[in-house]
Design a protein around this ligand. Structure first.
Ligand SMILES: [Zn+2]
Length: 322
């Protein structure tokens, strides 16, 4: 069996109490906006403001310092400190918002060097508290950006429950953030090789494990078997759950599996047949093959924030170089 995945995975870490019970409190966001002990992180879609360094940290500021036209969402509390996310008003970039902070009268030196990063690139470098806050904030921000109108009648919705739902003023319906499950699977054969493939949208040298969205009315194991058959033409036998993490780009929950292609006599599996539509290359790799391919630069692996990287390294048995 492959090694267990890290638990939690980089974006699955959660330290701050989400305090869901307080979301319905009337005026909660207005109180937090004025609370000098509260802290806001700055988020826009997948982007975040951080203080840079080898181990970057979220830029956290009292919400009163931020443009009241921006949108707040309640992320939870850690002791007495309430955390919110703040998204700039339409038409204002995160970089502009950060620059405005550096220019105001409060500790300009501390904010002047803030940088904009994406959660995808920096998530694994943040500590557990910041990674949990950032992942939650990005998920809510991505949802709000794309779900501005009621799916029933088309009216513009209003934010409710401190950022955790929206309500249609015309028909009274409530709407909640989406989470779309996707399966991602390390496919193994009887010779203990790992299947790596290139998706059509990726750089030429990038290789990773297969993945795909769970369809309506489909179970997770069935989705694993269907995706492997569709994308590389191989039949999967046993499937074992490995771990999961949110992947809010924009709304996925990546559910990881190990899956085995088993020949009739436990022989090495057939060569994969890429579908040519989603997958352009697919090959079986021994550990030596992968070590050589990564070492020579012929293969680039997925980023360390991803569950894909964790699945590959769980099979390999240790970390691989970038
Ligand atoms: Zn409506």
């Amino acid at each position: 069996m492959p090694d267990p995945l890290p638990d939690p995975l980089p974006l699955g870490r959660a330290v701050v109490d989400r305090d869901a019970a307080s979301r319905a409190e009337a005026g909660l966001l207005e109180r937090l906006r004025a609370d000098p002990a509260a802290r806001a992180l700055l988020v826009s879609g997948p982007e975040l403001a951080v203080r840079p360094g080898g181990e970057p940290a979220l830029l956290l500021v009292p919400p009163a310092r931020l443009d009241p036209q921006g949108e707040l969402a309640y992320l939870g509390r850690d002791g007495d400190a309430g955390y919110v996310s703040w998204t700039p008003p339409d038409g204002v970039s995160l970089a502009t918002a950060v620059a405005a902070l550096a220019d105001d009268d409060h500790e300009p030196a501390a904010d002047a060097d803030a940088e904009i990063v994406t959660l995808r690139d920096a998530g694994h470098l943040l500590d557990a508290r910041d990674a949990g806050l950032a992942t939650c904030a990005v998920a809510l921000a991505q949802w709000r950006r794309t779900h501005t109108h009621c799916p029933r009648c088309g009216a513009e919705v209003e934010v409710a429950e401190a950022g955790w739902s929206t309500r249609c003023p015309a028909d009274g319906s409530s709407h909640y953030p989406r989470t779309d499950p996707a399966v991602i699977m390390a496919v193994h054969d009887a010779a203990d090789r790992l299947l790596l493939a290139r998706s059509v949208a990726w750089p030429e040298r990038r290789r990773s494990v297969l993945a795909g969205f769970v369809e309506a009315g489909e179970g997770l194991e069935a989705a694993v078997r269907r995706e492997v058959a569709e994308e590389v033409g191989l039949d999967v036998g046993p499937v074992a759950y490995a771990g999961a993490q949110p992947w809010p780009f924009p709304a996925s929950l990546m559910v990881g599996f190990h899956a085995w292609v088993v020949g009739p006599d436990g022989e090495p599996a057939d060569a994969p047949t890429p579908d040519g539509v989603e997958i352009t290359h697919a090959e079986w790799y021994s550990r030596q093959d992968l070590r050589d391919a990564v070492g020579s630069g012929a293969v680039g692996l997925p980023m360390r924030t991803s569950i894909a990287r964790a699945l590959i390294e769980a099979w390999y048995g240790s970390e691989l170089p970038d």
